[in-house]
Design a protein around this ligand. Sequence first.
Ligand code: SF4
Ligand code: SF4
Length: 97
Amino acid sequence: MLANYGYSDGSGNYFITIDTDKCNACGACVEACPAQIFQVVDEDPNDPMNEEPLTIVVPEKKKKLKYECGLCKPSGDDRPALPCVAACEPCAISHSW
Ligand code: SF4
Ligand code: SF4
């Protein structure tokens, strides 16, 4: 399942998507993220049928992603891989912007 966390406003769409079928709860994104966006939980709060551990976006961060992720997203053409995306070996994380 694709779990989308974030919001839209007049300036754009700011969502992080976690593919819960790919996430293995390794915690690498938690370690890599300088803004403490991710949290490993024991079961999926969005899917009562999924009792496997996985990562979610911390609820208090969901409405702040544009700003919290700002340091990782320099403007211009130089766009290195985001730390969270680079850390996730199963490629479970994507960003909408
Ligand atoms: S790095 Fe990827 S696989 Fe590991 S906990 Fe984060 S989202 Fe899940
Ligand atoms: S872009 Fe940076 S701040 Fe945003 S979730 Fe990824 S590692 Fe964390």
